[in-house]
Write a protein that binds this ligand. Sequence first.
Ligand SMILES: Nc1ncnc2c1ncn2[C@@H]1O[C@H](COP(=O)(O)OP(=O)(O)OP(=O)(O)O)[C@@H](O)[C@H]1O
Length: 250
Amino acid sequence: MVSLSLRDVGASYGRTTVLSKVGIDPLSPGSVTAVIGPNAAGKSTLFKRIAGLLAGPGTVELSNKTRGDRAICYMPQDTGSNVVLTVYESLLLSAKQGGGWRVHDDELFEIDSILASLRIENLAFRGLDALSGGQRQLVSLGQALVRKPDVLLMDEPTSALDLHRQIDVLDFVGNLATRTGMIVLIALHDLNHALRYCSNTIVIANGEMVASGTTASVITTAMLRDIYRIDARIEPCSRGRPMVIVDGAL
Ligand SMILES: Nc1ncnc2c1ncn2[C@@H]1O[C@H](COP(=O)(O)OP(=O)(O)OP(=O)(O)O)[C@@H](O)[C@H]1O
């Protein structure tokens, strides 16, 4: 089964280094890890570096990958598109990216199944330029999933979604990871989503990794104070789930 580890990973834009020395022990198949941290901390940069879209020092090691060059898929934060394609065509194009152009029945079946799982089958023949922000985000996730990556990097995948869709998407991706062994990293600002859906969490601040480990051990009152500069408590809700309750900014 696939596993992903990082050693001393860094990245720069031109001469400006924005990320350095990020290291994580092998992430196991099927794991879902949150990547959290303030704005401009370096979360998207880390994803671009892992996906090979940015060069930099250190090693991204992916062992036992099954998908060759398509093993790692980055779902960007900005899903805007002015490409003249329908939703269905965009998923088909994504499924075929890097492969041959012959279309097989099982690929069409897979696209239908992902559209249905994300509850966007009604959008299949709508142009990408005629979608709402949330619909674009769901289509972008569909484009990533049809590639069946070994590692899925999701950059704030629920930022444009209503509450029901947020839960739907995170449940779906978590179950898919468990079922297929896909490793998932999700950049999140909603720390309650991290507590609920991610077994492990990595904290990035000022271009450095400042904590990593089980989500419960990483999301603490002290971390929220030091990294986010907020006064907050982590308390169980009436159903026993830990929740971040924010009292104010420091
Ligand atoms: N293409 C670029 N060229 C130059 N600097 C960039 C570029 N993209 C990002 N940066 C800078 O790199 C730093 C890290 O940005 P990054 O997008 O990785 O942060 P982030 O943690 O994902 O932030 P956010 O939570 O706001 O999305 C920031 O200072 C940003 O201004």
